[in-house]
Design a protein around this ligand. Structure first.
Ligand code: NDP
Length: 485
């Protein structure tokens, strides 16, 4: 199904794998080697138009299909993802640079879980009814909204791609989806699985290519009434500016600059080992990574010493090797951006406690994009390094004395995606959770997800909640019917 030999990716439109209308291609680079390993369609508005026509034609039948049948097809896709787990993990790792072990244990299982969760969820989805005294019955009728646009980023490619399209398809919408141009391979393999599972033609259409061309054409299209987007805050603003005057429904999952707050009364070992994951998993390229660590002063020296030691022990290397913990960052441009932030941190007076440099991995990865996991101390909470999203294996670490002080630091950015708290004091945990301006607060854990819960950021980390019933509701149009008794 997938090997490291050269591939040509195709669009998936109206149930078939096709070239872009203009027959142009873009290079797809393996970030671990710095070499082109496949080509993807350089699509544009013409391809989006064909996809919209196919999705519009497919909508009446798909939206009217018995829920059990829709659910069955989505379940079948989930089963096929599980069957092809190893091949998909290899593709995800080659596209994105992440350790294949991580792709096989997190990304791909979570992609099939997304499909399965919403396939089951739609069978239990209900709308509300209200008896208004003895005078009337009001009920809410929810119908699929139509052809929707789903646009996803490169950091967790198949996981986030399915996170968007699964609720849309389950709700009865037909979809135009665009994966990131930097990580198109798993979406391409996914289109083959949809064909094998018997997804009717035109229900899901995947158009590959550049954000400003394909993404923009999806957002601008007059026959697409809803857009579900995950990506950077700057892109989210652009999408909102285009979609708002068209009165489109918008769900925006955007960037983060998440605090990881460690009180002296924490379970030291748990806080330490999980903080290694929450700081450096996927090279820090997870929107939910804790990039600003705040440690209570009485624990600070002990914690920092051990945290630096364990960070230095992380194996940086070929993502395809079992022992690798830190793979390649996603692109050369992204590597340059991360390194420029490390320079900025030095200019702002920061001390590099470990890491800070590009790494050459010998052998087949000699030209790849690798950066040492980096810990920076001595910065003020309001400097640029502590305010802007870096999205790489870089964390800052800062001591604090009181809850009020750490709340000020934690809530000081424009973002509000997630926060992590480490304390064994239950009252403090509730107190802090209530005051942290984040869409999700993890207490004594990280990245633990129950898909029934609404997920989304506060402030400039996004608008609209995804996950659970919220996601299914997003893809429907609600109408109130009032019957006078
Ligand atoms: P981008 O915003 O650059 O891209 C996201 C997607 O949007 C890509 O498919 C991109 O295409 C596309 N796009 C770019 N320009 C436009 C446009 N004008 N109109 C429509 N679509 C467009 O984000 P990244 O891919 O760099 O992803 C990293 C970001 O995503 C980080 O900020 C991270 O925090 C955030 N993120 C948020 C999550 C959340 O749940 N809140 C989860 C994961 C990541 P192309 O790649 O071709 O440019």
């Amino acid at each position: 199904m997938f090997s490291s030999t050269m591939h040509t990716i195709q669009n998936y439109i109206n149930g078939a794998l096709v070239e872009a209308v203009d027959k142009k291609y873009l290079d797809n680079i393996d970030p671990a080697t710095g070499k082109i390993y496949s080509y993807l369609p350089d699509s544009d508005a013409q391809d989006v138009q064909l996809a919209v026509e196919a999705a519009t034609a497919a909508f009446p039948e798909w939206s009217a299909m018995k829920v059990e049948k829709r659910s069955f097809i989505l379940m079948r896709i989930a089963d096929l993802i599980d069957r092809d787990l190893e091949a998909l993990a290899l593709a995800e790792s080659t596209d994105q640079g992440k350790p294949v072990k991580l792709a096989a244990s997190v990304d791909i299982p979570r992609a099939s879980a997304n499909m399965r969760f919403f396939a089951m969820g739609i069978e239990h989805f209900a709308s509300e009814a209200h008896l208004t005294g003895h005078e009337a019955i009001n009920y809410t009728s929810r119908t699929p909204i139509g052809v929707v646009g789903c646009i996803s980023p490169w950091n967790l490619p198949l996981y986030l791609f399915t996170w968007k399209i699964a609720p849309a398809l389950a709700a009865g919408c037909t979809v135009i989806a665009k994966p990131s141009e930097l990580t198109p391979m798993t979406a391409f393999l996914f289109s083959k699985l949809c064909m094998e599972a018997g997804l009717p033609k035109g229900v899901l259409n995947i158009v590959h290519g550049l954000g400003p061309k394909v993404g923009q054409a999806i957002v601008e299209h007059t026959n697409i009434p809803a857009i579900s987007f995950t990506g950077g805050t700057v892109t989210g603003k652009r999408i909102a500016a285009t979609a708002a005057p068209m009165f489109k429904k918008l769900s925006l999952e955007l960037g983060g600059k998440n605090p990881n707050i460690i009180f002296a009364d924490c379970d030291f070992e748990q806080a330490l080992s999980t903080s290694i994951h929450s700081s450096f998993s996927n090279q820090g390229e997870i929107c939910l990574c804790g990039s600003r660590m705040f440690v209570e002063r009485s624990l600070y020296d002990r914690f920092v010493a051990e945290f630096v030691k364990r960070t230095q022990a992380l194996t940086i290397g070929d993502p395809l090797e079992e022992k690798t913990r830190i793979g390649a960052v996603n692109s050369e441009a992204h590597m340059r951006k991360i390194l420029s932030y490390i320079d900025l941190a030095k200019q702002e007076g920061g001390t590099i406690l470990c890491g800070g440099k590009q790494v050459t991995v010998p052998g087949r990865c000699a030209e790849g994009y690798f950066i040492e996991p980096t810990i920076i101390a001595g910065l003020s909470y309001d400097c640029r390094t502590n305010q802007e999203e870096i999205f790489g294996p870089v964390v800052t670490i800062t001591p604090f004395d009181t809850e009020e002080e750490v709340l000020l630091y934690a809530n000081s950015t424009l973002y509000g995606l997630s926060a992590t708290l480490w304390t064994e004091n239950l009252k403090r945990a509730h107190r802090m959770a209530a005051q942290l301006k984040s869409g999700i607060v993890w207490v004594n854990c990280w990245l633990f997800r129950d898909l029934r819960t609404p997920f989304g950021g506060m402030k400039q980390s996004g608008v609209g909640r995804e996950g659970g019933w919220e996601a299914l509701r997003f893809f429907t149009e609600a109408k109130n019917v009032c019957i006078k008794l």
